[in-house]
Design a protein. Sequence first.
Length: 453
Amino acid sequence: EGGGAMAAAEGPAPGELALLGPAPGAPSCPHGPALLFVKTSQGKEEGRRFYACSACRDRKDCNFFQWEDEKVSETRLAAREEYNRNHQPSFTHRQNVDRYKNFVLLPLSKRRFCQECQQLLLPAEWETHSDHQFLCDITTAQLKSPSQLLYPLENKKTNAQYLFADRSCQFLLNLLIDLGFRRVLSVGTPRLHEMIQSKASQEEEFSVRSLLLDIDFRYSQFYTEDEFCHYNMFNHHFFGGEAARETCRKFLFEENGERVIMVTDPPFGGLVEALASSFKKLMAMWRETKKEGHDNKEMPMFWIFPYFFESRILDFFPSFNMMDYQVDYDNHALYKHGKTGRRQSPVRIFTNLTPSMIVLPEEEGYRFCTVCQRYVSSGNQHCEICNSCTSKDGRRWKHCVLCKKCVKPSWFHCNNCNCCTLQKHSCEKTDVGCFVCGKAGHKRSACPSLSCS
Ligand code: SAH
Ligand code: ZN
Ligand code: ZN
Ligand code: ZN
Ligand code: ZN
């Protein structure tokens, strides 16, 4: 970006960054309004505040940078606007919808998908993609599961796509149907959206509808404007402007008593406060669709996120509870193989629905704790002292009388640190809390929550 791009090189060196949140009047990059950050050291703000891209943590993906107090000339502003315009996708959503209509009219032999450009090709375009790898004979079934056709985005730090394993996706869908929901706002859950869409087109009596909000614009090739909005969940930005916002608003309006639930599975790069701020705006949108108001009720929500973010999520949404259900993925880096050979996923469902209503499958080892009034993992024992089923990772935890709480089975009480931790640790203390778990004594890179031991 004109001068701004060059300025990026002069920005603060990467370290612990604190998000100061979406600021009114923030400048925009191609991903919508930038977020305000500050570098911190020992928990204190250090140096000038600056704006950076909300969506890309990696400078390689978007190098937008501007000091908060920087004076930006008219010329540079104009150049920036032009840069932002030029960095939008080559086809608009409308164009992609028209292209799709033409594509499905083609005989199988003429249906090609360019793997390099991640794009459905019309015969007139074959020429320009002639030295690209492509797939042929794209079937209707393939068009109905774009998440299988598209490469999962993997290269980017915060934009990695981890797709639900079929079992977990089925479970989520059945759960929300059993709970009586008929509309799903799918925020960053393309595979759930796809499962709903494809059932709706195949089964007459299936009456669930879904709207996908995602930053991955490739999905606009497969869904109409009523089914997909290009959206950035870190700054609540609708790339399609007011029309897209209105689509979302309409979807949230619970016509004919069709209840809505929002399901989201964000990338966990650490911007919990940015996500929470956007989700609160989506909740407000829902609340405003009802003239009589929702009696201060919250829009029902499933926020799918690793268990070690529990305290961060509860900071922003005190009404939420973490469920024991382990969400499984097809391609997840954080997988560990448990004793049973089953993959142990650290990812859970956080919800503002009453825990006792979230029925977890007994055939997968979950049981109902009558004291806690919720389903728990089979290994999660009810602790009489805590008076709760305390395990977070599914293994049996042990109670420490000194810490007055249950801890991981592999932890020991360290009298130096005055808390339980891994036996191998350095007793040095830092004042600032860990970015991941909020506890003192270690930095994010050494967070015991991140290791399954
Ligand atoms: N498990 C889900 C996918 C989760 S991966 C499923 O199977 O459906 C995270 C999703 O969030 C991806 O679809 C990704 O494109 C999307 N995403 C990443 N950054 C985003 C952002 N800033 N705004 C909106 N969506 C984003
Ligand atoms: Zn191509
Ligand atoms: Zn219990
Ligand atoms: Zn202890
Ligand atoms: Zn930690």
